[in-house]
Design a protein around this ligand. Structure first.
Ligand SMILES: Cc1ncc(C[n+]2csc(CCOP(=O)(O)OP(=O)(O)O)c2C)c(N)n1
Ligand SMILES: [Mg+2]
Length: 421
């Protein structure tokens, strides 16, 4: 695993937006002006801007709530509310892990809240979602309930997967969240298959269903990603592959691991359109996701959306991220998108300090309630262990406990006796 060095180029790249045309030709290499979050100057969206127009378009400061186009004040406040809830949930989940309330693996969305909220608010209830293991925020934003998500982390029977899945396996058929996958890239083949199923189920159009398949940057180097892209292209599948580019696959940088580190271009060989957006702004992410989902549902045009994000902590809760330099860690704190969005809403006059504090306080309370709910939920009983392995009953499916002999003792002598008889 390669160690991480500070890469100022990455900062520029991370902030840039671009698009790759469906025929693979490069149309945009990015903005000429990177959104400088530390000063509150942030990009609305430059996903389809050309370098020549981007400079003109780059806003010095967001327009005020009354003059700007885009979501209304209440919607923006709700984006902040959701981000604050996910932030509080993840911080407390990390704490609960330290207190051994949570076992196994646990990967947090800290720093990726705007990406999560932007994506989830673009998705309709009728769309399908597949994610990797960094899935708590998605489950919450999809409406699965902080209490049920926390109960899943605690391994309790009121959890979204009845406590049998844990952190990496959020699942809810009604909310059309079909996992939560712990195997890197494991979500890509079933998501692509779900998109294929949709083409049998209905016609393209404004009301058609679509699939969103979320993954990390490191995942784009596995074979299944490329096989899926090819199938999505030739079968014209209604799917958007979302790459959360947080710069790292565990400790390995994108630059060290990818021949083409601008991951939105990965679809060029399959004539799949790719776009890169700034993941620090939920509004930018949502806008791009809506456009790509619209193309997927109306034109059966698959797409790749690369969302440039920051992972503020280690890969998982047990990773102290020592591969980061002190300078980089301090810099990441400066780039924390949550206080930046909060400050932006206050500057735009859609939120005041008191209202923001109330939202933060409500998040604290909601997560405290979620922890209490999880704590009170019973442990799943051992007889449930094999009950939910398959969606429908499978005759002769093995129901052995770990350590049980695969064949009952005496099976060989029984057989010998039968043969003799
Ligand atoms: C097939 C497979 N190989 C390796 C692993 C171990 N592993 C877990 S996460 C990870 C890195 C993935 O990075 P990325 O896709 O960028 O997602 P992120 O963790 O940054 O969200 C690896 C190698 C795994 N779970 N599955
Ligand atoms: Mg990553």
């Amino acid at each position: 695993m390669a160690g991480r060095t500070q890469d100022p180029q990455r900062e520029k790249k991370a902030a840039s937006s671009g698009s790759a045309r469906a025929d693979g030709a490069k149309t945009t290499t990015g903005r000429t002006k990177a959104p400088a979050r530390s000063t509150g100057t942030r990009a609305r969206s430059a996903a389809s801007a050309t370098p020549a127009t981007a400079a003109k378009k780059a806003p010095a400061k967001r327009a005020s709530a009354t003059t700007r186009s885009g979501p209304d004040a209440a919607t923006r406040v709700d984006y902040y509310r959701q981000m604050a809830l996910i932030r509080e949930f993840e911080q407390r989940a990390g704490e609960m892990y330290q207190r051994a309330k949570i076992g196994g693996y646990c990967h947090l969305n800290l720093g990726e809240e705007p990406s999560v909220v932007g994506l989830m608010t673009a998705l309709r209830p009728t769309d399908y979602l597949f994610t990797n293991y960094r899935d708590h925020g998605y489950a919450i934003a999809r409406g699965m309930g902080a209490g049920r998500v926390m109960a899943e982390l605690f391994g309790r029977s009121d959890g979204v997967s009845k406590g049998l899945g844990g952190s990496m396996h959020m699942f809810d058929v009604d909310k059309r969240m079909l996992g939560g996958y712990g195997i890197v890239g494991g979500q890509i083949p079933p998501a692509t298959g779900a998109a294929l199923a949709l083409t049998y189920r209905g016609k393209p159009g404004p009301d058609a269903e679509a699939v969103m398949c979320q993954m990390g940057d490191g995942t784009t180097n596995i074979g299944a990603f490329h096989e899926a892209l090819n199938l999505a292209a030739i079968w014209k599948l209604p799917i958007v592959y979302v790459i959360i580019n947080n710069g790292l696959g565990m400790a390995t940088t994108v630059e060290n691991a990818s021949g083409e580190p601008e991951l939105y271009k990965r679809g060029a060989s399959y004539r799949i359109e790719g776009r890169r957006v700034d993941g620090s702004d939920p509004e930018v992410v949502r806008q791009a996701a809506v456009e790509m989902l619209t193309a997927a549902r109306e034109k059966r045009q698959p797409g790749i959306l690369e969302v440039m994000s920051y992972r503020l902590r280690g890969h998982s809760v047990v990773d102290p991220a020592r591969y980061r330099s002190k300078e980089e860690t301090a810099h990441l704190k400066d780039l924390d998108p949550l206080p930046a969005y909060r400050a932006q809403l206050i500057a735009d006059g859609v939120l005041d300090e008191k209202a923001a504090e109330k939202i933060d306080g409500d998040a604290v309370k909601e997560v405290a309630d979620a922890i209490a709910f999880a704590d009170a939920s019973p442990e799943p009983s051992a007889d449930q262990l094999f009950q939910f392995t398959y969606a429908t009953d499978v005759p002769n499916a093995p129901r052995l406990m770990p350590g049980d002999p695969v064949l009952a003792p005496g099976w060989d002598t029984d057989r010998a006796q039968k043969q003799e008889a």
